[in-house]
Design a protein around this ligand. Structure first.
Ligand code: HEM
Length: 196
């Protein structure tokens, strides 16, 4: 499949969750608690795109389909885009732009602390995702910085795990996915090192 086609499909897929909320918002049908709905919706899709971004390297290694690397940045930017929406909904509609209230909540509720760690670390990765920033940082330093995505993955899964009251099955599933994606990397690096 041509790279342009792959990128267009990822772009459309990335905008779909936003179009979905806009459409049902316009219909006035975003459940009885629209703020909770859009908070979960944006958080969930940010997590999904984060995991899709982390899936690119294993997919390349396992299939030899190297072209997929060309959509990794777009997937990462969609993860950041929905995280920024997610954070903004909380900061605007829950904290009413109050920085002291935001800080108090980050200190008080562990799931918010974990969410904030994930979000704060996404910002430098987003800012340094341009070709110009890669050139400026240099490949090695850029790669070192972008390994923070592993920490972001762990922080966000903890965020989800700590926020659910009793039924931890969904964050558990995400934890297994993350463990497989990071575990594959560790195994691949070990295998490469031991065979060289
Ligand atoms: C400052 C940063 C963040 C804040 C303040 C925040 C806040 C929240 C809140 C208030 C909820 C709903 C909790 C509830 O229902 O009681 C939530 C859910 C969630 N957040 Fe965050 N979050 C942050 C960062 C993130 C990031 C960076 C991600 C993903 C990359 C994320 C993913 C999620 C997910 C997956 C859910 C649960 C969605 C579901 O139940 O389907 N959050 N977050």
């Amino acid at each position: 499949m041509k790279t342009g086609v792959i990128k267009t499909l990822v772009l459309l897929a990335g905008l779909l969750p936003l179009a979905w909320v806009a459409y049902w918002g316009y219909q006035g049908d975003l459940t009885a608690n629209p703020i909770e709905y859009i908070t979960h919706h944006t958080g969930w899709f940010s997590l999904l795109f984060l995991m899709l971004t982390l899936s690119v390297t294993p997919l390349r290694r396992l299939t030899g389909w190297h072209k997929v690397i060309q959509v990794r940045r777009m997937l990462g930017l969609f993860a950041a885009f929905y995280a920024i929406l997610h954070f903004s909904i909380w900061f605007v509609l829950d904290k009413f732009f109050s920085v002291p209230d935001m800080v108090a909540d980050v200190v008080k509720r562990p799931f918010i602390t974990a969410g904030m760690v994930g979000f704060a670390l996404m910002l430098p990765l987003t800012i340094t995702s341009t070709a110009g920033m890669i050139r400026r940082l240099g490949g090695r330093r850029w790669q070192q910085l972008h390994r923070l995505i592993y920490v972001i993955g762990i922080a966000v899964v903890l965020h989800f795990w700590w926020l659910v009251k009793s039924d931890v099955r969904e964050p558990q599933r995400w934890a297994v996915v993350l463990a497989c994606l990071l575990g594959f990397r560790a195994w691949w690096n070990w295998r490469t090192k031991s065979s060289s």
